[in-house]
Design a binder for this molecule. Structure first.
Ligand code: SF4
Length: 393
């Protein structure tokens, strides 16, 4: 496919880029973008800026090329933390479906559906931040704007191509329209900016749109290995201990492929594991299933280093570069005033306005999902029929 830029001067061979340019040119479409945490520490590499935070420049560039609204997927990461932490606490009380496995990474979810159907009841039922935000935008925010879901075109800037696959899962739709219409990798977003003639390094920073504007450090941490677990610990510690200040977690940080620690949260001793890379996940699963290891929660990210090392990030994507991006993610966290997901007042207001609060039947309908075992035949994925495997709803 050939994509054409608005001025017709340059072309690209990406169908996602072509779809996004077409939506921007379509006067009937309200075009909305969300930016995942990991691209903000990597996209500047495409313009010679190194692995530095370029969030404000990405927002500015998106406005210049014609996006109507720009939001931060880190906002939806806070939403995920609130829903997933409460799910975790409920499972701890009941002693059910432990350990809880995170479900933000579509590479891991697909692997579990294909190779570990016995674990599907252990996966968090939370949608990933990308899909939570897509659902909020299509089901709720479109109504605020007075438009039909199909007249809103939602674009994500993500660190990987697995997010393109996730966006096309049939369960993530609203009234016949995909919750996320197009996914651009970090590299594709940079290509669009070049096609539009944007002088990226000269851009003045721009802010995200209201009313979902606030970002916490916790939400940004989703961009690196250990970040989801640290966010959950911050939330749970804050909630159970009424901790108002910063709660930093050390064991989750670093690029080792497996990190395990036991921590005390009030009267609870929790053993938590973080793995990146599916080989490390497989080893950990074997230890859990053999009884060698007992854990309460596991974060799994398919890519080395987590999303900072995603396949859609700029080349060169080696260990040193991944570490530099992760360092910048932690720098952003350190600078942000808001630290834990429960500090996000915009999020509180959105939970209240759209669902009458968090973690209830209504949020479960819009922000959670279900998994089905899949099997592969000659390279094609097929879904095992209902009744042949467990389903979480
Ligand atoms: Fe995508 Fe890799 Fe992040 Fe998983 S870990 S969401 S595959 S970038």
């Amino acid at each position: 496919c050939i994509a054409v830029c608005p001025c017709g001067a340059l072309t690209s061979n990406s169908s996602a880029i072509e779809e996004v340019w077409a939506a921007i040119r379509d006067p009937k479409k309200t075009v909305v973008c969300q930016i995942a945490p990991a691209p903000r520490a990597a996209l500047g590499e495409e313009f010679g800026l190194g692995s530095v935070d370029v969030t404000g420049k990405i927002v500015a560039a998106l406005r210049r090329i014609g996006f109507n609204k720009v939001f931060d997927t880190a906002f939806a990461a806070d939403m995920t933390t609130v829903e997933e932490s409460n799910e975790f606490l409920a499972r701890l009380v009941k002693g059910e479906n432990l350990p809880l496995f995170t479900s933000c990474c579509p590479g891991w979810v697909k692997y579990a559906e294909e190779f570990h159907p016995e674990l599907l009841n252990n996966l968090s039922s939370c949608r990933s931040p990308q899909q939570m935000f897509g659902s909020v935008l299509k089901k709720k925010y479109s109504k605020d704007l007075g438009i039909a879901p199909e007249d809103m075109f939602v674009v994500s800037i993500m660190p990987c191509t697995a997010k393109k696959y996730e966006a096309r899962r049939p369960e993530f739709m609203t009234e016949g329209s995909y919750d996320v219409d197009a996914v651009l990798t970090t590299v594709e977003a940079a290509r669009m900016f070049r096609e539009a003639g944007i002088i990226f390094d000269a851009l003045e920073d721009s802010e995200f749109d209201q009313p979902m504007q606030q970002t916490t450090g916790s939400g940004v941490l989703f961009g690196t290995t250990g970040g989801v677990m640290e966010s959950v610990v911050r939330y749970v510690a804050g909630k159970l201990l009424n901790a108002e200040g910063r709660v930093d977690v050390e064991f989750t940080r670093g690029m080792e492929d497996t990190k395990i620690a036991s921590i005390n949260v009030g009267d609870n001793k929790l053993t938590l594991a973080v793995v990146n890379g599916l080989a490390a996940a497989e080893e950990l699963i074997k230890k859990i299933q053999s009884g060698e290891l007992t854990v309460h929660a596991v974060e799994v990210m398919a890519c080395p280093g987590g999303c900072v090392g995603g396949g859609g990030q700029p080349f060169q994507n080696d260990g040193e570069r991944r570490q530099a991006r992760a360092r910048e993610i932690y720098n952003i966290d350190a600078k942000l005033v808001l630290h834990k997901a429960q500090d996000n007042e915009d999020l509180d207001k959105i939970f209240e306005k759209y669902w009458g609060g968090c973690c209830n039947h209504e949020t479960h309908h819009d922000l959670h999902t279900h998994y089905r075992p899949k099997k592969r035949i000659a390279g094609n994925e097929i879904l095992i029929k209902d009744g042949e495997g467990p389903e979480i709803t």
